[in-house]
Structures are given as C-alpha cells and as structure tokens.
Design a protein around this ligand. Structure first.
Ligand code: HEC
Length: 209
C-alpha cells in the first residue's frame, strides 16, 4: 500500500515522497473470508438463479433419472407385468414360484418359460392347460389352467397385444429371455388355433414350435 509522508526540503517546502507499507494481516484475512463466503453463498443460491442452473444433478442416480429410457420396450413389458399381476399371480404368485399344493406349477426354472419360441406360451395363455405336465423334473396333474387369455377384455387385436405383453414379461422376468413377443406374432399364433376348442394339453403344446 502506498502512503504519502512529508519530508522537509532545502527550500523549506515539504516534499511528498512515497514509501511502501504492508497490508495488515487482518485485512487480508477478512478479504479471504469474504471471498470464501461469497463463493460459498453464490454456489448455494446460484446467484439468485435456480441452483440447478449451476449444479443440475446432485448425484449419479439423480442424473440417470433424467436420461431417456434406453429400453424402447420398457412400457410394453410394464404393461405385461400389470396384466400378469391381475390375471396370473393368483395361481402362479407374484414371484413365479407357483402353488404346487394346488397343482399350479412354478414359472421360474420352467422349461416352458425358457423355451425359445413363444408359440406354446401364447397357446396356453389363450386357451388354458389341463392334464399332466412336467416342469423342472416334477409332474403336475391336479390343476387346470383356465383360458385366461381368451377371457381378457377387448377385440382380437387387443387380446393378442395383451397376451404378447404378458408373455414378454413372463419370458423376460422368469425366463431371462431378451426381447419381446410381438402382438402380430400372438395374433398369428391365435389365428392358427382358432378351431381348437377346450384346454390344451402338454402334448398339444409339444407339437408347436
Ligand atoms: C386358475 C389358476 C391359474 C391361472 C389364473 C393361470 N395359471 Fe398358468 N397354470 C395353472 C395350472 C394349474 C397349470 C398346470 C396345468 C396342468 O397341470 O396341465 C399352469 C401352467 C402354466 C404354464 C406351463 C407350466 C409352467 O409352470 O411353466 C405356464 C407358462 C403358465 N401356466 C403361465 C400362466 C400365465 C402367463 C398366466 C396368466 C395369463 C397363467 N398361467 C394363469 C394355473 C393357472
């Protein structure tokens, strides 16, 4: 900091000279504190803008929530999950463990669910199933599955879409099979069984892909 002091000169006049003095430590400290407080305050309140302008995401999960859903079929499968809860879980349970005491086989570890082609699943959901069926080495023969798919509300197109959604959810969730069953495919399979009346048997299903 520059201060002016007065020096006597030969002519009797006072000549100003310039000398240096240090800034007081307390002032430096105060400036630092003010600067720090200012930065902190600005960060907190975003300079009176919404704080999200400066720090839009506070965590990685927060950021992920704002990303577009990378699975284009997520809504379709979620629709299937809802229909499964409403129409299948009463017998096969939400968790897919089934109710073996009442003849309802499990969907987890089931070769019928893991089966590559979805045709058999579309068939049995549509018309139901009766008679002996082996699931994961165990024979089930005391229960009958009703024609749940056929009795879903809606016209043929809507039924097919709903059955495809249920099959998609069951295959993904209990069978760990990727992809979805297309409504068009369900409609085609259903067109192929339109003359079949009554429940299917495991034997009938084995003839399908
Ligand atoms: C009224 C109870 C009941 C309902 C509701 C029901 N099921 Fe079944 N399900 C059964 C029974 C019982 C069997 C075995 C039938 C047999 O023994 O032939 C079976 C068999 C199956 C099988 C083949 C065997 C296996 O465990 O993998 C699948 C797959 C299946 N059901 C899926 C479904 C789906 C999907 C729904 C909903 C759309 C559904 N079920 C609704 C009772 C039911």
């Amino acid at each position: 900091m520059k201060t002016e002091t007065s020096q006597p000169t030969g002519t009797g006049e006072i000549e100003p000279t310039v000398t240096m003095t240090a800034i007081p430590v307390w002032l430096m400290a105060l400036l630092f504190v003010l600067l720090f407080f200012g930065a902190w305050y600005f960060d907190l309140y975003g300079g009176w803008f919404d704080a999200r302008v400066y720090a839009p995401y506070r965590s990685v999960p927060d950021l992920a929530r704002y990303q577009p859903n990378s699975d284009p079929d997520a809504n379709f499968v979620a629709f299937g999950k809802k229909l499964y809860s409403e129409n299948c879980a009463v017998c096969h349970m939400e968790t897919g463990v089934g109710n073996p005491a009442n003849g309802c086989p499990p969907l987890i570890d089931s070769e019928w669910v893991h089966h590559e082609a979805p045709d058999r699943m579309i068939m049995l959901i549509s018309r139901g199933l009766t008679g002996p069926i082996t699931v994961n080495g165990k024979v089930y023969n005391t229960g009958t599955m009703l024609a749940v798919g056929d009795s879903l509300p809606g016209d043929e197109k809507e039924k097919s879409a709903k059955i495809a959604a249920i099959a998609s959810y069951v295959r993904r969730h209990f069978g760990e099979l990727p992809g979805v069953v297309k409504p068009d495919h369900a409609e085609a399979v259903r067109a192929g069984i339109k003359d079949h009346s009554g429940y299917f048997t495991a034997e009938d299903l084995m003839k399908a892909p």
